[in-house]
Design a binder for this molecule. Sequence first.
Ligand code: ACM
Length: 531
Amino acid sequence: MPVPRLDLSLVPRPSRVSPRPGRFVLGRDTTVRTLPGAEPAAALLRTLIGRDTRLPLHASADGRIVLALDPELEGLGDEGYGLTVSPQALLLRAAGPTGLLRGVQTIRQLLPPEALSGGVPGTDTWELPCAEISDVPAYPWRGAMLDVARHFQPVEYLHRYVDLMALHKLNTLHLHLTDDQGWRMPVDAYPRLTGVGARRARSQDGPTGPDGARFDAVPHSGSYTKEELRALVRHAASLGVEVVPEIEMPGHARAALAAYPELGNDPSRELDVWTHWGVCDTVFGVHEEVFDFCRTVLDEVMDVFPSRHIHIGGDECPTTEWERSPAARARAAAEGLPDARALHGWFLGRVGAHLVERGRVPLGWAVTGSELPLDFTVMTWHEPTHARTAVERGHRVVAAHHRATYLDYAQSGDPGEPVAQPGAPVPLRTVHDHEPAPAAWPEEQRALVLGTQAHVWTEYARTPDEIEYLSYPRLCALADRSWSGGRGDWPGFVERLRHHTARLDALGVPYRPLDARPSPAASAGTARIRP
Ligand code: ACM
């Protein structure tokens, strides 16, 4: 469908947009009428659009901007909304408060892009194009995973990351808080997790070559306070974004084992916080003390993160230590398992049951999910076919395979692309083409697909600028497709994105230019990124 007007170039594309004649003028005398239940949206409107335009947007009973909950829009679900912009009034309605928050972001995108840079001094009127919009997302899970374990990121940057996600109506920030190379969340019962596990002596520098790995000589450290994480959760909630924490087990646990070697398969061994990238064969043991640890850690995690889902990792867990360990083999036999390899699913199932008892949903990385109980939601990351296999088994799925959603992979095959994980590139179009639940699947299987998310692993992306460059504009593509579902329209997206990049410019996002030519200068120029 052709884009009717440039100023209606919204990302993600709304389900229905009908342009109307005229403009709504936002000025110093524009006030806001907030009906009961719409207060969070009014607060967000004032914060975001007030800041964008430098207008006061005072409250009044006869405000020309009207924010209202409307049960008649129930058919649009939690996140859907209706927006009517006429020359006289701007009316935003939704069945629930989250729908109104999504609508506020649409109003924001209807402003001229320069408003998003914090207003233009001396400008106190802004025009919005008139339109009738009815909007509802295709998928309830539209997210991004940020790995703060490999390279710690300042909490202020996490706030910005959420702000940019919310602009694109993405609703889930998955925080990868622990890994072999670092543990970033404090746990009162186990202070050495951050006391020891948040610092590594150096980091692998570049991919492992024929002569092995090279390292820098720079210690890397960082952890959040619980109050910082709670504030992040509150900030995200004010934007309608949920923060889903991940604590990795039983593999990717080297930082925890450096802090508490007694949780491993050889308590006498001293381990460092890992300085390599890749898959580490040091994993948790399977004795009761380990389960006490996991439960205690997750209780503290649940206390900070109210999210429905709690991610407990589960990927890339070599079983060699268990196969060698007489204690682990004895445990497998005592539990009636066929062999020590089966301890992997058994481990995750036991820990997942603890989350279920507390009213949460365990979430795990899965190749196909075959080792996980069905009350796990699984995040299929490996092959495109795995999401189908998992839904056929009856799992709920976040379908996010690496060939379409790993944003740490380069955006193109251009040798001048800034540093990225080695491997095939994931171009913008591939992200936009990714359909989490293809129309050809049976309806009951499609219904099990919650949605998709992007992944920003940070072995090679170290700084906020690098993360942002890898994220944009690919996260726009993921947002567009996961909001619009099967209605994906590549030429239309590109046309809207050409206008949307003015918004990214206004917000100072160092994105990959759409017309970047395969030359080092083209990609490094905008991005301010280490080549
Ligand atoms: C993964 O990339 N190991 C989830």
